[in-house]
Write a protein that binds this ligand. Structure first.
Ligand SMILES: C[S@@+](CC[C@H](N)C(=O)[O-])C[C@H]1O[C@@H](n2cnc3c(N)ncnc32)[C@H](O)[C@@H]1O
Length: 378
């Protein structure tokens, strides 16, 4: 899947296929206007205003407290972009807007789209980065002084709305032993993945480790799920906290390793291995970068650039993550691609069961004893 110019009839389709359409022009000129039109439309409340009935531009302007003339232009731009419909002089929501942009929709991306305004500011600094190679280090939770609490809260809510798209599938894909009781969700913020996994495994208890500033904003989001003591937060830095030893049946790390460079990630995985119980599972879930940029995967490649700008890091391939797991003593499993989140995958690995090794050692010992004895009797 990728973002780009979409043909609306056979002729345009043909022109696109034959390379007659100046796609870079369309993607830059219209792409940048489209991005801000959707974000501003969401922020000023256009979609909420139209949630229960169709309205004229004047009514929408009154309801949102915005300028009537400018509102007409914005509404027409949203009609052209298939987010609104118009009949006579009344505007209504398209199916797409109703499903993804309304605050109360079960699949709502409202907060996520609003957080896009912050991301859009960050990306304006790309050119400086390309010249200097100096990352901004602007992760919303890294620098408390630079990011307002509203921005950090928006970040957590935005992450949660993205997580809700795939949490059901994620919970279904994670296979645990019946006796599994302890889960650690590193960089888990809102905790929605832990909630979904614990609902699937009612005997499982999850601890969500995240930075103190993030936990402050994420706690009310988690509280809405009413999981009580089954899913709790732990304020701390995953890079420095003692994660313990033989404690967890499942360690889940979603969308965190793109904030760290390779050596930080390798060190983290080694500490995770110590924290896992024998037979335990590590799931790293990320927007995956393809091994080669021409293998498709525009999202992974674009975010690789974005995270290099924000955090001196980037997206990782399944193979890179599997190598951290293997080198730390885990047994990596086959790469997984999520169906509900295009471009996102899981790299799962198991901690070997010591007992297995003991049994294997025992068999090996017996074999060599038998061999030795038969040598003696020869
Ligand atoms: C992109 S969000 C992912 C949230 C969630 N796991 C998900 O997939 O929706 C990254 C999270 O990692 C947290 N984080 C970043 N650095 C961290 C660190 N050193 N220790 C703990 N958490 C960290 C951030 O605060 C943020 O909540």
């Amino acid at each position: 899947m990728r973002v780009g110019i979409i043909a609306e009839n056979i002729l345009e389709n043909l022109a696109l296929k034959l390379g007659f359409v100046p796609t870079p022009l369309g993607e830059t000129l219209f792409g940048s206007i489209l991005v801000r039109t959707i974000m501003v439309g969401t922020k000023v409340g256009i979609f909420e205003a139209l949630a229960s009935s169709s309205l004229t531009a004047q009514d929408v302007a009154r309801s949102c407290g915005i300028h009537p003339g400018a509102t007409s232009k914005l509404l027409n731009a949203l009609v052209g972009s298939k987010l609104l419909c118009v009949s006579g002089n009344c505007y209504s929501l398209s199916r797409v807007a109703r499903k993804w942009l309304l605050k109360e929709s079960p699949k709502s991306q409202y907060d996520s789209v609003l957080f896009g305004l912050v991301e859009a500011e960050i990306i304006t600094r790309l050119e400086d980065f390309i010249y200097s190679g100096e990352p901004l280090n602007v992760h919303p939770d890294f620098d408390v002084s630079e990011s307002s609490s509203e921005m950090r809260s928006l970040y957590q809510r935005g992450m949660c709305s993205r997580a809700k798209l795939s949490a059901g599938e994620v919970a279904r894909r994670i296979i645990l032993n019946k006796g599994a009781s302890q889960m650690l969700d590193i960089g888990g913020s809102h905790g929605y993945y832990s909630v979904a996994i614990c609902r699937r495994y009612p005997n499982l208890h999850a601890v969500i480790l995240d930075l103190p500033s993030a936990v402050k904003q994420a706690a009310p989001i988690l509280a809405e799920e009413k999981m009580g003591e089954q899913v709790i937060h732990w304020s701390g830095n995953a890079l420095t906290e003692d994660l313990g030893e033989d404690k967890y049946d499942l360690v889940f790390i979603s969308q965190l390793v793109h904030h760290f460079n390779e050596s930080l990630n390798r060190a983290l995985i080694q500490r995770v291995v110590r924290a896992l119980r024998p037979g335990g599972t590590l799931v790293i879930q990320e927007l995956i970068r393809r091994e080669k940029p021409d293998q498709g995967g525009q999202f992974g490649a674009l975010l690789d650039l974005f995270f290099a700008l924000t955090s001196d890091a980037g997206t990782w391939t399944h193979q890179e993550m599997a190598s951290w797991q293997r080198d730390a003593g885990l047994i990596p499993q086959k790469p997984i691609w999520l169906r509900t989140m295009p471009g996102v995958g899981q790299q799962i690995a198991m901690k070997p069961v010591k007992q297995q090794f003991k049994t294997l050692d025992l068999i090996q010992n017996l074999k060599s004893q038998i061999q030795n004895k038969s040598e003696v009797y020869k």
